[in-house]
Design a protein around this ligand. Structure first.
Ligand code: NDP
Length: 351
């Protein structure tokens, strides 16, 4: 029996709105479908377009991906004067389209990778089939879910120190989280800021011992254990946070800390739910790829960018893996065509 993933991002609850669709009669067939419109998806489009694979790219609901939520990008090679994240993604899109990628706004809400060609359902409306698929749906940073945290996103609240840390030179910032990412972000920020508070909710950190030592030994970083952030303060930009120390304990204390920047490092959620019935992921949901390739456990399905990368998560590394995925898909499609030719020839000779 076919299994189907449920929608995990966007506002539409596909599971409650699933239509009766005839999956045996796809409305269109494509050699290659790319899912996702961040640096990985568009770069896959550039390479696949140039290889004459006529790729179709579905953007997802957040066209352009995480970079459209950042301001200035200063670390992408080739932009010595920096570039606004949304502008850069528009450039990526134009470049993909220039080489023939058919960029379409729409979300893949279900897939069936148990048959060939593969089946993809778009917006619960349309059924298409594809010989190969590149998954480049990215990941979303987790936020605490506080009202003012959301209001001040981009005005002092950030989930990427590498992207936004530069704006906090000689300022005071706080990083939430106790994992390796939080340590890395705190250390990065300590190279720029005057002071870094690290807010860890437990009495200990989850990060590797070496990262913990680096953070604890750093003169500019103050680790506040057993601290939870309950509010972000400031009218038009972040001016402070309200924290609770030892919540629920007899010595519980609520107080405010003045800061200029508030960085979240409490993990990322890969956008892989819709593929999970078919594609192997780790326990967090990051898609597993074969060493030094973008191949997943299903032949003909490839994964690129943050959806398969819990560690580097940079635009440039995502773009690089998008190029790899297009090369892997190209090779796969060539082999598939050869196989089909041989089968047709054998059939003809048999007749
Ligand atoms: P992790 O899941 O390892 O850590 C998340 C941290 O955020 C934990 O300390 C967790 O606390 C905390 N947290 C979660 N939710 C909240 C919340 N609501 N309020 C406050 N704190 C919260 O994520 P990372 O992104 O740090 O790391 C992901 C993976 O990537 C890990 O395997 C890590 O080792 C790896 N990594 C490796 C690097 C390297 O090798 N250089 C660099 C970066 C990441 P709690 O512990 O209480 O649950």
């Amino acid at each position: 029996m076919a299994q189907f993933g449920t929608l995990n991002f966007g506002s539409l609850d596909a599971s409650s709105q699933k239509k009766e669709l005839d999956l045996n009669n796809p409305q269109e067939h494509h050699r290659l479908v790319i899912v996702g419109s961040g640096p990985a998806g568009y770069t896959a489009g550039i390479y696949a377009g140039r290889a004459n694979l006529n790729p179709v790219l579905y953007t997802g609901l957040e066209m352009g991906g995480q970079l459209t939520t950042t301001t200035e990008v200063e670390n992408y090679p080739g932009y010595p004067d920096g570039v606004q994240g949304p502008v850069m993604m528009e450039d990526f899109k134009r470049q993909a389209e220039k080489f023939g990628t058919d960029v379409r706004f729409g979300e893949v809400t279900r897939v069936d990778f148990g048959r060939r060609p593969f089946i993809l359902v778009i917006d619960e409306e349309k059924v298409i089939s594809a010989d190969a698929v590149i998954i480049a749906t990215g990941a979303s940073a987790k936020y605490l879910g506080l009202e003012n945290e959301q209001r001040l996103r981009g005005a002092g609240v950030s989930a990427c120190a590498t992207c936004d840390g530069f704006f906090y030179k000689d300022k005071v910032v706080a990083v939430v989280g106790g994992g390796d990412t939080a340590c890395e972000e705190a250390l990065y920020l300590a190279g720029l800021a005057k002071k870094v508070y690290m807010l860890v909710r437990k009495p200990y950190m989850r990060a590797s011992k070496i990262m913990q030592k680096r953070v604890l030994d750093h003169p500019k970083i103050e680790v506040l254990f057993e601290h939870e952030t309950v509010d972000v303060l400031g009218e038009n930009k972040v001016e402070g946070i309200r924290v609770v120390h030892r919540r629920g304990k007899p010595d519980e204390k609520v107080y405010d800390i003045q800061i200029d920047g508030f960085f979240l490092a409490i993990g990322h959620k890969p956008n892989s739910d819709v593929f999970k019935p078919w594609i192997e992921t780790d326990e967090v949901g990051f898609i597993k790829t074969e060493c030094k390739s973008t191949r997943t456990n299903i032949e003909g399905v490839f994964a690129a960018g943050d959806v398969q990368d819990p560690i580097y998560r940079q635009a440039v590394t995502a773009a690089a893996s998008g190029a790899m995925a297009a090369k892997d898909a190209e090779r796969y499609l060539q082999e598939l065509e050869e196989k089909e030719r041989e089968q047709a020839q054998a059939k003809e000779e048999g007749n």
